[in-house]
Design a protein around this ligand. Structure first.
Ligand code: G6P
Length: 366
């Protein structure tokens, strides 16, 4: 059942392992291969309405916000609509301008996060249209929204979100595909994304099969006082969520930075005591990322690379490789090993993995 650890040491590990099937549930009935699009009846929006938006604004807190950043990237790439994510907790307090031609999307696993709910209510008060990407059916945020998508990821018990994060990213890929196909995304590109989505569950299984190696790496890096996480463009939200996961469950200080910004400040921190986890997909930014790794190594900073091809050992002494999907969808897979990395770092440090200190699963107060 969802409410016992099913033989796993912790709910967190169980939920990481559930992802091939929780992703299948998020995808189920929604990939329309015939017309190379996504079938999303719950959006309550016809093609003409879906074409009319000139901007997308995504709101959530914590991991939901980071998955929103990944979602914004997907929507901008596939649908070519300017898209941006913002913490709902900030948005609700800054008297935001609500625009009639912006599509607002609220993200929440629990559907009960008060800051996100308050943001939705503020948008609605000002006449904006809000969709929900929510896991818990019938929750407060789901009820308040004008339509949306349920993740169907199943109950998530561990405070640190894993399967809900991944399913939210899948939901955004479907929304981006749908918005793309009512605009300028070609049928061929739509077909490519449909096939990529369908391949993800088995590719997650391949990544989970590397659990033992990832656990060893986590044990090796866990005794450093802090870690840097870097990524560029598609890799950036992955780095942010990877750092978030590590600090939540292991209490190791983790800072995420765009790889491109390292030289504008945090490079001063780099040295033998501060390892870097670098998210480096084999995309058009590969060379740029490898240059950054060279800059880190020149300061004797240890590097663990997560990517597609084994790097020159001079640039990264350790690497975790994931299977390649379509470039737009690769970030979803690159995030999976970082969940195992955080989990095993927390285990090595004997932390209270499922209930980290000072945190609650859903924050229903201001
Ligand atoms: C809390 C949890 C986080 C979670 C965030 C948003 O802060 O500790 O793990 O990402 O709430 O939760 P939601 O249920 O809205 O996705």
């Amino acid at each position: 059942s969802s409410y016992d650890t099913g033989g796993h040491a912790h709910f967190l590990l169980k939920e990481i392992h559930e992802q091939p099937t929780s992703v299948e549930r998020t995808l189920s009935g929604r990939v329309d291969e015939r017309f190379s699009t996504a079938h999303l009846g719950g959006l309550n929006m016809d093609a003409r309405e879906a074409r009319a938006f000139t901007r997308v604004k995504i709101l959530g807190c914590g991991s939901a916000y980071y998955s929103g950043e990944l979602g914004a990237q997907l929507i901008e790439e596939l649908a070519r609509i300017p898209a941006h994510a913002e913490p709902a907790s900030e948005f609700r307090y800054r008297n935001p301008v609500i625009e009639a031609d912006t599509l607002y999307i609220a993200v929440s696993q629990s559907g009960e996060t008060y800051d996100t709910l308050a943001a939705v209510q503020e948008i609605k008060r000002k006449g904006g249209r809000v969709l929900g990407v929510v896991n818990t059916v019938g929750s407060a945020i789901a009820r308040e929204c004008d339509g949306g998508m349920y993740l169907h990821a199943g109950p998530e018990i561990s405070v640190a979100s894993t399967k809900a994060f991944t399913s939210t990213s899948i939901a955004f890929a479907l929304i981006a595909l749908h918005l793309g196909r009512v605009r300028d995304l070609s049928p061929a590109d739509g077909r490519r994304i449909c096939a990529g989505l369908k391949a993800i569950p088995d590719q997650i299984r391949e990544i989970l099969a590397q659990e033992k190696e990832i656990a060893e790496l986590a044990g090796k890096y866990a005794d450093h006082p802090g870690m840097m996480f870097v990524g560029r463009v598609r890799g950036w939200p992955v780095a942010r969520e990877g750092a978030q996961k590590l600090k939540e469950v292991s209490y190791v200080h983790a800072e995420a930075y765009p790889a491109s910004e390292l030289k504008h400040g945090p490079l001063a921190l780099i040295g033998p005591d501060l390892p870097t986890v670098a998210v480096v997909p084999d995309d058009e930014l590969l060379e740029k990322n490898l240059t950054t790794l060279g800059e880190i190594r020149a300061r004797r900073g240890p590097v663990l690379m997560v990517g597609h091809t084994r790097p020159d050992p001079k640039l990264a002494e350790d690497a975790i490789l994931v299977p390649r999907n379509e470039p737009e969808l690769d970030p979803i897979l690159l995030g999976i090993p970082l969940q195992l990395f955080a989990y095993y770092a927390a285990v090595a440090l004997e932390r209270d993995v499922d209930k980290p200190r000072n945190l609650a699963k859903s924050v229903t107060v201001e």
